[in-house]
Design a protein around this ligand. Structure first.
Ligand code: B12
Length: 209
């Protein structure tokens, strides 16, 4: 098995130590950073994403795989800037004001990172003004809003409204257990995704549109 295949398997099985070891070995063998990312780390996360979508693995496995992927990312991150690798896009993400749930948002974040996006995490209980500030500061392609409470879904609407002046250059994607496509349409969001793997697909579609 090649070192990148080994790395991929280690991401899938969530073995952070092994991923780190493989990444260090790959760097020492002068394997290109883009190959380490695409054929090792991201490829592993993609497998997990598909399995998660098909209910073959569940939240704990995804979190463990994402943590393993991060261990590899930490090794190659310093080389990414040097190698001038194009990120697919930038996503600013957060859980809206009044809402403290972040497990789902973190999963979405990790899957997006795993798919090659730069993700800026604003955390939980995020005021709509803070989303606006982040758009001005980071100039993202996509803003992701998460809400897990029916009571905080209204905050999504408020945030979409506040982002209105920027909508020609930033797309808004929403999600969270109570959120539906119908609700997303009602508040004028550009996309809705029911889970982390679909969020990656939607992000791809948004950037292509
Ligand atoms: C864990 C949990 C908590 C934890 C949160 C810990 C944390 N760090 O997140 C704690 C204990 C803090 C908590 C608190 C509360 N909770 Co709570 N909580 C849950 C629980 C059990 C699981 C949520 C979860 O993490 N699911 C797993 C993740 C992976 O799924 P997910 O969040 O849906 O995310 C996926 C998708 O929705 C999507 N997604 C999520 N975000 C985004 C964003 C984008 C952009 C996209 C595209 C997709 C996307 O992708 C994710 C991955 O696939 C749910 C019940 C449930 N089964 O949903 C209740 C639940 C959400 N909680 C509930 C309630 C009522 C509360 C409290 C008000 C309880 C209380 N009385 O204090 C407080 C509110 C605190 C607050 N202000 O937010 C209710 C909400 C009811 C409602 N409809 O409004 C639920 C549904 C439980 C219930 N049946 O009553 N909670």
């Amino acid at each position: 098995m090649s070192i990148l295949q080994e790395m991929q398997e280690a991401v899938i099985s969530g073995n952070a130590g092994k991923v780190k070891e493989c990444a260090e070995k790959a760097v020492a063998e002068s394997i290109e950073v883009s190959a380490i990312l695409n054929d090792g780390l991201i490829a592993g996360m993609n497998v997990i994403g598909v399995r998660f979508k098909n209910n073959e693995v569940y939240v704990p496995e995804v979190l463990v795989a994402a943590r393993a992927m991060h261990a590899g990312m930490a090794v190659v991150k310093p080389l990414i800037a040097a190698a001038d690798i194009q990120e697919k896009g930038t996503v600013v993400i957060g859980t809206v004001k009044g809402d403290l749930h972040d497990i789902g948002k973190n999963l979405v974040m990790m899957m997006l990172e795993g798919a090659g996006y730069k993700v800026i995490d604003l955390g939980i209980d995020v005021l709509s003004e803070k989303f606006v500030q982040a758009v001005e500061e980071h100039k993202p392609d996509i803003v992701g809003l998460s809400a897990l409470l029916t009571t905080t879904m209204t905050q999504m609407k408020a945030t979409v409204e506040q982002l209105q002046p920027y909508r020609n250059r930033v797309k808004v994607m929403v999600g969270g257990a109570p959120v539906t496509q119908k609700f997303a349409d009602e508040i004028g969001a550009d996309a809705y995704a029911p889970d982390a793997a679909s969020a990656v697909d939607k992000a791809q579609e948004l950037l292509a549109s």
